[in-house]
Design a protein around this ligand. Sequence first.
Ligand code: NAG
Ligand code: NAG
Ligand code: NAG
Length: 215
Amino acid sequence: MKAPFALLGSILALAPSLIAAQDRSVKDVVAAFEKAGIPEDLAIKFQPSSLLEVSFPQAAGRAITLKAGVQLPRNVTAGPPTYRLLTNKLIDRGPFVIASVDPDAPTPQDPTVAQIRHGLAGNFYLSNFGSSRGGLKNKTSAITEWLQPNPPSYSDAHRYIFLIYRQPEGFNEQKLVTPETTVRLFNISSFASAVGLGDPIAGTFMVVAPDPPAA
Ligand SMILES: *[C@@H]1O[C@H](CO)[C@@H](O)[C@H](O)[C@H]1NC(C)=O
Ligand SMILES: *[C@@H]1O[C@H](CO)[C@@H](O)[C@H](O)[C@H]1NC(C)=O
Ligand SMILES: *[C@@H]1O[C@H](CO)[C@@H](O)[C@H](O)[C@H]1NC(C)=O
C-alpha cells in the first residue's frame, strides 16, 4: 500500500502550485496578446513555445499570478515578481533574459515616452530542469530592477508585458542598456535584434490603471 500513498503525497505537494497556474494554454496567451494589439505595438513575432508564469509576492496572503490580460490594482504590483517557465518541450536550462515593458506611457493614446523599461535581467536558469514547471532563478543582479507600474492620474490603464528570451552568448558584455540607461524610449524589438535575443519563447501581460483618487 506504500506506493499509492507516496503518489498521493506528491500530488498534494503539487496542488498549491497548480492552483496558482493562471495561463494554461499557449493558444490562449497568443489570443490575448493579439486582442490587445501587443505583437503589432511591440513589433515582435510572438509564437511562444512555453508559458511564462509571473507572480507578485504579497505582504499578506499568497502571491498573485498573472493570467494574460488580467487587470490588477497598482498596490499589488510592488514586486519584484518571481518567474517560472512551463513547458512541454525539452528546453535548455538557460540562461534566459526577461524583459518587461510598458508601451502606453504616458497614455495609450499618445505614448510619446514609450516604451518604459520596467525590468531587464539576464542569467535566469531553470532551477528544476527536467520538470515541466521550472522555477527561474537569476544568478546576477538585474540590468534594470523591477519598476512598479505608476501610470499618471489622467491616463487610462497601461499594458505591462513580460517576455522571456534565450540568452545569447556574450549578453553579459552588452553595453546598449546598462543600469544607468534611461528607462524611457526603450524598444524591446530593436534591443532584441541588436543583442541577438531572437524572438520571445514565452510571455504574459497585465493591465494596471492609475490609483483611484484618495477619498
Ligand atoms: C489596493 O487598492 C484597491 C483599490 O485600487 C483597494 O480596494 C485595496 O483594498 C488595496 N489593497 C491593499 C492591500 O492596500
Ligand atoms: C535576482 O534579482 C533580484 C531582483 O531583481 C535581486 O534582488 C537579486 O539580488 C538577484 N540575485 C542575484 C544573485 O543577483
Ligand atoms: C521599435 O523598433 C522596430 C524595429 O526593430 C520598429 O519597427 C518599431 O517601429 C520601433 N517601435 C517604436 C515604438 O519606435
